[in-house]
Design a protein. Structure first.
Length: 841
């Protein structure tokens, strides 16, 4: 008996139906049957059976048909393992023939019966018999005449009469659907959605509940939550005298809400059925442990449940749904945490272009910092500041940004650059500020001098024109599309606290300014893992003393210029310590090459000459002499700290004085001081001696004691290789994977954007290594550095502070090699918290 085999199974509460053998729809229908919901009689065909049908092995069709009342109509629907993989559309009303037409005319009226029969003939002709669809074009599907026309057209084209036998029809439909699944196009489409090559198709054969008749009849879908917001709201679509999803999606079906103010809804048309559906949907939610959409048919107030599918949902709805299911005790908190993909969080943390908005895309680049913002184009930081002063949102458009643009970036609502990749200046600062940013939009033309931005298709945009930067998708849009706001509500906070309860690796933030630090605190970072102090020197009031310091001829002159900066740095650090309330703050000493602080154009050189009271020629010569051929590998980081030690002395003093000030006013502070670009232990020894001396001086002067921790940023390959001896001089090592990636590949992080997409497309790199840690190469150096670091100093704290610190896969790697914490941009902190929770569950 075929029904004893899993191959062809009548769906009963105990039948051997599983998702991997019969598909998700069959399994879900069985769950509904187990809940005693009014599901019409259904038979499930397994993947193997359907595969056999495609190859010409038809199961016993007579036995299948014998399971259904004789003369009843049937429908067949696909049941793949994952509903997203698609599949052939449902075929309804199998079994329709001349005799059924006569019988149905009595029940539902001749016109409705003729319409149903005509539609079946057409759908069978086009899909199953593969006749020319044009033949049916002129038939209007109304009345008996259309029916005769359709039957005639079928007979002419197929050269045989329309098959009258339900078994024949069913066999042909099954064959058609089985073969459609195995066709090349269908296979490629589903593989693109992640389906395996050998993904199977199951089919379900179900007795039809008609949805047509004299009383209130129809079909619809209903769910208990809003798909966009995730908030409780009974909503759905219903169409009287209709069958199947296709009819509902045609646009004729009325959208209904509970207590819909806009007019008659299902509630009024069929109040009893509406009440039943609400109860059934609630039961499904509880027992299937998921928000489900019910597909139903009503026949004179009697409800039939044809199917249940997971409610489609936006990322913000997904989070609210998971939280409510856990709060209602339907699922555990852990399960709620696992149901949200960390990659979906950025959409909640920023404003976004509304999914339904019209998108007039004028350019594409790297999605460097998520969120969307609309503003007028400006081509310089000065214009951005002027625009901000007028309270006009602006988009800063630059070839690339440099530290001089920071003020412009602060003033802008979004940034667009022609050059750069995921760790370029604009990208790093953009993420830090939570500013939407698209970089490397090299197919657009940036005519800065003419103040024109030319779209990929040649449209001209001038300064003052309104555009939108979508940093989530990496697109530039013309005009101002509709937006949706960030969703940092109670549900979000609750959800994140559940994630934190599971996590076993700490998360800090990279924060340079009080605003960053505040964002980091708001997102519950457990400290600052990297404060890049050089960003503090680009403030207008510091640039001049900084330049004086650079031009000083003697250590004394340098000291006196730095003495002007010292109180400002002290105030910066005091503020950071205050905001972080005793949480660790890791301050990296000055890193960039000095020439970044010098002007590059004639006007700037003239201004500088004036400020320093020197001839322009002198200034120009000095600036030229400081140029380096390869500045990112030149005199920067600890090298500068050793060559011009007064800078680090000043910074150490500012940190220690701020430590005492902040500790006096609030929680005790133990500052962490970090040295960039170290490659040899002697560098650490030299700097440490000086910093210890500064600490002793401050203790003496203030008559107060404090502790501090000195650490090394491991971001050169040599530092990884020599981590054991370096670790002996350090309290902590923090891996700077931006520079480490740059140096391991010999690939400039500022220029990689030019060819990165080609490289990824051609499979040279599986992904941008500045975005996702290269586990094979850079990862081996990290693992080596971690192991050797611990060898040299067992109790050392180990962490990562490169941009990879916010990427879930990279976090998995860091946790795997035994790091103590990861540090990432403030806006990535929630992503990192959730990703770390997933790893621990
Ligand atoms: C790094 O190199 O990984 C790092 C965090 O430092 P920066 O990006 O400032 O060079
Ligand atoms: Mg670095």
């Amino acid at each position: 008996d075929v029904f004893d085999q899993p191959a062809v199974t009548l769906i009963t509460p105990t039948a051997p139906v599983t998702t991997p053998t019969h598909g998700g729809r069959a399994k879900c229908l069985q769950r509904l049957v187990r809940l005693s919901l009014p599901v019409p009689r259904t038979i499930a065909l397994s993947f193997d059976t359907v595969h056999g049908i495609a190859g010409g092995k038809m199961p016993d069709i007579a036995a299948i048909c014998a399971q259904f009342a004789s003369g009843s109509l049937l429908c067949v629907r696909p049941s793949s393992e994952d509903p997203d993989w698609g599949g052939p559309g449902a075929i309804l009303n199998i079994g329709m023939n001349d005799a059924a037409y006569v019988e149905l005319s009595d029940r539902i009226g001749a016109e409705a019966a003729a319409g149903l029969y005509t539609r079946f003939v057409q759908s069978y002709a086009v899909h199953v018999a593969r006749l020319d669809p044009d033949v049916f074009d002129d038939i209007d599907f109304i009345g008996q005449e259309s029916l005769s026309e359709a039957l005639r057209a079928y007979e002419d084209e197929a050269e045989e009469p329309f098959p009258q036998d339900r078994e024949t029809q069913l066999a042909e439909v099954l064959r058609y659907m089985a073969r459609a699944w195995e066709g090349t196009t269908a296979r490629l489409l589903r593989q693109a959605k992640g389906a395996p090559v050998d993904a199977g198709l199951g089919l379900v054969v179900q007795e039809m509940a008609l949805g047509l008749g004299q009383g209130e009849c129809g079909s619809g879908v209903l769910q208990l939550v809003d798909s966009d917001t995730g908030l409780p709201q009974i909503t759905g679509r219903y169409l009287s005298q209709s069958q199947g999803r296709e009819a509902l999606e045609s646009g004729a079906a009325a959208l209904f809400l509970e207590r819909d103010p806009r007019g008659p809804s299902l509630e009024e048309l069929a109040p009893k059925a509406f009440e039943t559906l609400k109860t059934q949907a609630a039961l499904m939610r509880e027992r299937l442990r998921e928000e489900m959409q019910i597909e139903f048919t009503i026949e004179n107030d009697k409800v039939h449940i044809l199917d249940g599918v997971r409610v489609a949902r936006s990322p913000r709805a997904a989070l609210r749904i998971a939280v409510r299911l856990a709060e209602d005790g339907v699922i555990s908190r852990r399960e709620a945490v696992m149901r949200i993909d960390p990659g979906a969080l950025p959409e909640l943390l920023h404003r976004q272009v509304a999914p339904e908005a019209d998108r007039d895309v004028i350019g594409r680049g790297v999605a460097a910092s998520p969120g969307a913002a609309t503003g007028r184009i400006v081509f310089s930081s000065a214009d951005a500041q002027a625009s901000a002063a007028r309270r006009e949102p602006c988009i800063l458009v630059r070839r690339e940004t440099s530290p001089e643009d920071i003020r412009g970036m602060h003033a802008a609502v979004a940034v667009l650059t022609e050059r750069g990749g995921i760790t370029s200046h604009a990208a790093v600062i953009g993420r830090g500020l939570g500013l939407p940013c698209v970089v490397g939009a090299a197919r657009m033309k940036f005519h800065l001098r003419d103040r024109q931005l030319i779209s990929e298709s040649g449209r001209i945009f001038r300064d003052g024109d309104t555009i939108t930067i979508d940093g989530t998708t990496g697109t530039v849009l013309a005009g101002a599309p509709a937006m949706i706001e960030a969703a940092l509500d109670d549900a979000f906070q609750t959800f994140m606290s559940w994630a934190d309860a599971e996590r076993d690796i700490a998360i800090r933030a990279n924060a340079d300014t009080p605003a960053d630090a505040q964002t980091a605190r708001n997102f519950m970072a457990e400290g600052i893992g990297l404060c890049r102090t050089e960003h503090m020197f680009f403030e207008a009031d510091r640039l001049t003393p900084m330049r004086e310091m650079i031009f000083a001829d003697t250590p004394e002159d340098r000291q006196s210029a730095l003495a002007l900066i010292l109180p400002m740095q002290r105030a910066d650090f005091t503020e950071l310590f205050r905001i972080m309330e005793g949480l660790p703050v890791c301050i990296r000493l000055f890193d960039p090459p000095l020439h970044e602080f010098l002007p590059t154009d004639r006007a700037g050189l003239r201004d500088l000459a004036e400020a320093l009271d020197l001839p322009v020629s002198d200034v120009t010569r000095r600036v030229d002499s400081m140029g380096e051929y390869n500045p990112m590998l030149g005199m920067r980081g600890v090298r500068l700290g050793i060559a011009v030690p007064e800078i680090y002395d000043m910074q150490a003093r500012a940190i220690f004085e701020a430590t005492l000030d902040a500790s006096a006013a609030g929680d005790p502070v133990v500052p962490e001081i970090m040295l960039p670009l170290v490659s040899a232990k002697r560098e650490v020894e030299l700097v440490r001696t000086r910093i210890d001396a500064v600490a002793a001086e401050v203790r003496n002067e203030r008559g107060a004691d404090f502790d501090y921790r000195l650490g090394v940023m491991v971001e050169t390959p040599r530092a990884c290789l020599r981590a054991d001896e370096i670790a002996q001089h350090a309290h902590f090592l923090s891996f700077g994977t931006n520079d480490l990636t740059q140096m391991t590949y010999g690939l400039s992080r500022d220029d990689a954007g030019r060819f990165m997409s080609d490289y990824v497309q051609q499979g040279v790199f599986p992904e941008d290594p500045f975005h996702r840690l290269d586990a094979d190469g850079v990862g081996e150096l990290l693992a080596l550095g971690v192991a050797r670091g611990r060898q040299g100093h067992a109790a050392i704290t180990l962490s990562i502070c490169g941009e990879h610190g916010g990427d879930p896969e990279s976090i998995a790697f860091c946790r795997g090699v035994g790091m103590d914490y990861v540090s990432c941009s403030p806006f990535r902190v929630p992503v990192a918290r959730l990703a770390a929770a997933h790893l621990a569950i």
